[in-house]
Design a protein around this ligand. Sequence first.
Ligand code: GEM
Ligand code: CA
Ligand code: ZN
Length: 459
Amino acid sequence: MRTPRAPQASPASRTARRTRRTRRYGAAGAAVLSLALALTLGTQATAVPGPRDAADAAAAATPDTGIRQYEVTGLRGAPERSALAATGTAIDEVLHNSVLISADAAEAERLRALGYHLTPLPAAAAGSGDGFQAAAPSDYHTYASMRAVVDATVARHPDLVSTEVIGRSYEGRDIIAVKVSADVAVDEDEPEILFTHNQHAREHLTVEMALFTLEELTSGYGSDARITRLLDTREIWLIPSVNPDGKTYDTESGAFRSWRKNRQPNAGSSAVGTDLNRNWDYMWGCCGGSSGSASSATYRGASPESGPETRVVADFVRSRVVGGEQQITAHIDFHTYGELILWPYGYTYADTAPGLTADDRDAFAAVGRAMAASNGYTPQQSSDLYITDGSIGDWMWAEEGIFSYTFEMYPRSASGGGFYPPGSVIDRETARNREAVLILLENADCMYRSIGKEAQYCP
Ligand code: GEM
Ligand code: CA
Ligand code: ZN
């Protein structure tokens, strides 16, 4: 029999939790050590031939947004990648001496004018490396079919699964949180773990990841000993799509649009969308890791949480503070692509910084590496790739004390299909993260156990 939550769970009864931090804006206070580590990721960029002719160029671009991928060469480390990111372009993939970006023709010209060398990536190069057929939007669940799968799962397991609408997107679509736990209707005094998906519109594989986790946990209860123990002792939250408007826009024309942001208009501009992963209220716009231009793929929004979707998820997390204690202890934000496991901070290269001690960092790294050992992703601090500011992971940790990871799912590179791997890999690439999810759930009652400091931090 599980202990229903006492009316006011005594704060002291839970592991020592960080108090909420006062907000700090403006340039990062911490001395920023330039720890640009040469990335060992990926393979040497192969020179990708430009399109042979206009037809090829047209074929390579997304039909109506004109967005296509380019390789930007001559970027040897995080500072150079961060300088490119600071121009407002979104980096899709980090290679040894270059990166891939998605841009329309105007953005490409703007970058060339800044002196960057861009080579268009023909569509043929994406998704052909493994001999795949290119993906079609119908390979992925729509927002509506995702909702139907969730509702059917609730109907099958009403004692284990419940859903609630935690708010609405700009265009009015429900943003749902799905709770998975034994005695799901009771708010029990158990560690809570959050999984968020699809902040970025085109990253559809992350919605499939949410549906896999939901199915795996519910079908395993009562038959798989690990899963049974986890559902008996944890409360797990899944937000399958943070950005349902962007997801829908990316596929509704019948061809992928390579869309990233939400679909919120911007005052004074014809450009649509805020990059939700630059809109979080910690170090927002502090450090050149986002753009103030509405037309940019990494536009941070008019103000922190100006994106309704960001506000909805942040309010949900804040609502999980019970008796002064944040009940959520661990989190994964799923993205594609690159096969990476990332931890804070993203706003600074420094391994430790205000609110993130050496023990915190060691615990992040220990569990991060354990998860990476299980799925073959590359574990590292977020800023080893490039600086981002206003990202979800920095906010979750610094404001709420939640051990927050960013997973970049399959593929490792554009040749595996980039943002649009074919449907034939969905089952394999979601199941690939099964063990990592279980590792996080098992560590979530005390992340410091991973560094032998349970007694100190989890009395
Ligand atoms: C990334 S996810 C965040 C990675 N953080 C840092 N500091 N590199 C993004 O938001 O740009 C890529 C993605 O969107 O998947
Ligand atoms: Ca429970
Ligand atoms: Zn993303």
